[in-house]
Design a protein around this ligand. Structure first.
Ligand code: RI2
Length: 302
């Protein structure tokens, strides 16, 4: 898919999940570089800037997308000719995609190591990092049970429950509002991540913070599986993460409620670091209080 098609597919949620959208952007930039026809450096740099903006603006919350784009374009400013720029983009994009798959694999290894035989785990939405972790624990012969929340309005919990059931895992789908009640049967919570801020806050699918508060109240550990490209260099100065607000028709179709009813559809929320036991990353367990240090180390090198 080219840049425009990719941005549209991300906007329409045909490509979704923080990791997948980041890889899709890297792949669109690879395609851009592979098919580019011009030979003027200045025009190319201008076209790259347009492609970058188009991709970054397709969804505003997950920093994975921004980091995927920036990683794919890293070092191009130093290149003096068109061919070198294009081949740098291709190399960087491929490297980002490979590293991102490897990161999920490492997270699955580390995450599964803290899962015990007999654990009952709650998860929210549909995170490939969480699913890989749960599958890995199951492959290790651990007998686990999972509660998957439906995750209104897009109901990605159905995808999660299908994927886990296909892998042979005992999974129960519940509505979001049953999370508090069912938490009494749970001993660990695993969620994914769209963005981790320098303050240690997790930004993830709306409803995540409710699960975290309930888990905290009941003394249940709460883990977020997050590849380090979900950590946001844009938050180092305290800037907030923009929460995407989507079409109200995702909540109620035309005519289902009178026009006088206001509808509001924010699709992510913020969970403060104090409610998160650990971030499970490809670099190890990172405590929310070390998020800033991690971001400085990873993103401030150039
Ligand atoms: P992985 C999803 O967002 C969910 O919020 C999920 O927790 C997060 O991305 C991370 O997913 P959406 O794109 O990268 O469905 O772990 O809105 O797959």
């Amino acid at each position: 898919m080219d840049v425009e098609e990719t941005a549209k597919a991300i906007k329409d949620m045909r490509i979704r999940g923080a990791g997948r959208i980041a890889r899709a952007c890297a792949s669109a930039l690879y395609e851009f570089a592979d098919t580019y026809k011009g030979d003027d450096r200045e025009t190319l740099m201008h076209d790259i800037e347009d492609a970058k903006e188009t991709l970054i603006e397709s969804r505003p919350t997950a920093v994975s997308l921004y980091n995927g784009v920036m990683a794919s374009l890293k070092g191009i400013d130093k290149e003096t000719d068109v061919d070198a720029i294009l081949s740098t983009i291709k190399g960087r994009a491929e490297e980002f995609i490979d590293n991102s798959y490897e990161a999920v694999n490492s997270i699955a290894e580390l995450g599964s190591s803290i899962i015990r035989d007999g654990d009952v785990i709650m998860t929210h939405c549909n995170s490939s990092a969480v699913i890989s972790t749960l599958k890995r624990a199951h492959e290790q012969g651990k007998n686990i049970k999972v509660f998957a929340t439906e995750t209104r309005p897009w109901r990605q919990g159905l995808i999660t429950s299908r994927e886990l059931a296909d892998a042979g895992i005992d999974v129960t789908l519940i509505v979001d509002s049953a999370a508090c009640l069912m938490m009494d049967n749970v001993n660990k919570v695993f969620v994914g991540a769209d963005t981790v801020t320098a303050q240690g806050t997790l930004v993830n699918k709306v409803g995540t913070s409710q699960l975290a508060l309930v888990a905290h109240e009941k003394g249940i550990p709460f883990y977020a599986c997050a590849e380090t490209y979900k950590f946001s260099p844009l938050t180092l100065n305290g800037d907030d993460v923009r929460i995407e607000v989507r079409d109200i028709r995702e909540i109620a179709k035309e005519g289902e409620v009178p026009d006088t009813v206001k509808i509001y559809n924010p699709v992510f929320d913020r969970t403060l670091g104090r409610y998160i036991t650990y971030y499970i990353t490809e670099l190890g367990m990172i405590s929310p209080s070390s998020a800033r240090e991690t971001i400085v180390e990873l993103f401030n090198e150039d």
